[in-house]
Design a protein around this ligand. Structure first.
Ligand code: TXA
Ligand code: MG
Length: 351
């Protein structure tokens, strides 16, 4: 085990972290979405070390991070359409799949023909990419099976001893992983929803489609469009159930199910919108953010899930939001965390 340094982002530490990257070591990097576990994308051994540290299967490809469009040009073929998307939304919470050029080693993209490219906007990520001068391959910096990390402490909790250092850039602003768009398909396709929404993409593209497995499980034998969609997603230690329907009916049903689970001796928690916390008097609740500002839900969701695990909560119920705007990304992550267990309160008989 190495001694993992937790670094504040001052000039001296940024140089140290940039040199570690140049040197083939692993570095925890803050981005506006989630923290990444970065290494020099052109150094095969360094990239292999990422897979080993995370316990990630070698056939699940990594995203390559660069500071700007110019730095992406040696790595992939950027057509007119992709360039429009990049000019509109990069730097920002979006990743584009584009045809790979030969200089990117195939261990990075699991031997596929496309490579995932992202230009993060976080100022610390930008500085590290410029100081190191190398493209940085980075998956989310969690152990496989945990939610993506949104603070430096989350990275430390999961991976200490397995990376050289973590640069602390504060809590991530977006809080959910980037939008992944396949730009190699005839109609650009959102494989993973994130901070750049389909409506935003339509401002620069004629058409866009959203992979329909975004809000449902893959069917038996169905081919995953992205290897990441195939792997078991994060699930909390406790059993999470989503409850949808009219607000009042949802609150009545959650209250009833809470009391039943508690009567059976379980520790129970309700994930509720800030505006609804008072609807659950005497119950243990966690605010997942403001329904009126869904960005706050995206920002907090992973930390709230981690906290429930840390507290050993056994049974969880959550309110849901419309899958619109950033809500699509929130519901994509929440549905998977609940293993697609959803109850419709409008159809339940209430006593
Ligand atoms: O916001 C983010 O995207 C964060 C930060 C660190 O940039 N990174 C991240 O990486 O979430 P990761 O590895 O946890 O998720 C990347 C997803 C995976 O589902 C992977 O399968 C998919 O992107 N992916 C990467 N390259 C691909 C490719 N060439 N074809 C299809 N899917 C790809
Ligand atoms: Mg991940």
């Amino acid at each position: 085990m190495m001694n993992t340094l937790l670094l504040s982002p001052d000039e001296e530490n940024l140089l140290l972290a940039a040199n570690a990257l140049k040197d083939g070591q692993l570095v925890g990097i803050p981005t506006e979405t989630v923290y990444g576990l970065g290494a020099d994308a052109l150094n095969e051994n360094a990239v292999r070390a990422i897979f080993a540290a995370k316990g990630r299967p070698a056939d699940n490809p990594l995203i390559v991070h660069v500071a700007d469009i110019d730095a992406a040009m040696p790595l992939c073929e950027i057509d007119q359409r992709s360039r429009r998307v990049m000019e509109a939304f990069c730097p920002g919470p979006i990743t584009l799949l584009m045809p790979k050029k030969p200089c990117v080693p195939s261990v990075v993209n699991a031997g596929l023909s496309s490579v995932a490219i992202r230009i993060p906007s976080h100022p610390v990520a930008q500085k590290l990419l410029r100081l190191s001068g190398v493209p940085v391959a980075a998956p989310s910096a969690n152990t496989s099976g945990k939610p993506s990390p949104t603070t430096a402490q989350h990275v430390y909790d999961d991976l200490q001893g397995k990376l050289a250092c973590i640069v602390d850039g504060g809590a991530c602003q977006v809080g959910l992983e980037s939008t992944v768009v396949d730009m190699t398909s005839p109609i650009p396709t959102v494989l993973r929803p994130g901070g750049v929404t389909p409506d935003m993409l339509l401002t620069v593209l004629d058409e866009i489609q959203v992979a329909d497995s975004v809000l449902r499980p893959l069917k038996e034998g169905e081919q995953a469009l992205s290897p990441g969609m195939r792997y078991k997603h994060y699930a909390p230690g406790g059993q999470l159930t989503l409850v949808r329907g009219d607000t009042e009916k949802v609150q009545q049903l959650i209250s009833r199910l809470y009391n039943e689970a508690q009567a059976q001796g379980h520790s129970v928690r309700v994930f509720a919108f800030e505006e609804h916390l008072s609807a659950y008097p005497g119950m243990e609740t966690a605010s997942i953010g403001r329904l009126s500002e869904p960005e706050t839900i995206a920002r907090q969701l992973f930390a709230v899930l981690r906290q429930a695990d840390a507290d050993g909560v056994e049974v969880l119920f959550s309110e849901v939001l419309p899958p619109e705007g950033i809500g699509l990304a929130v519901m994509n992550r929440l549905s998977r965390a609940a293993a697609f267990r959803v109850i419709d309160a409008n159809q339940e008989e209430l006593p």
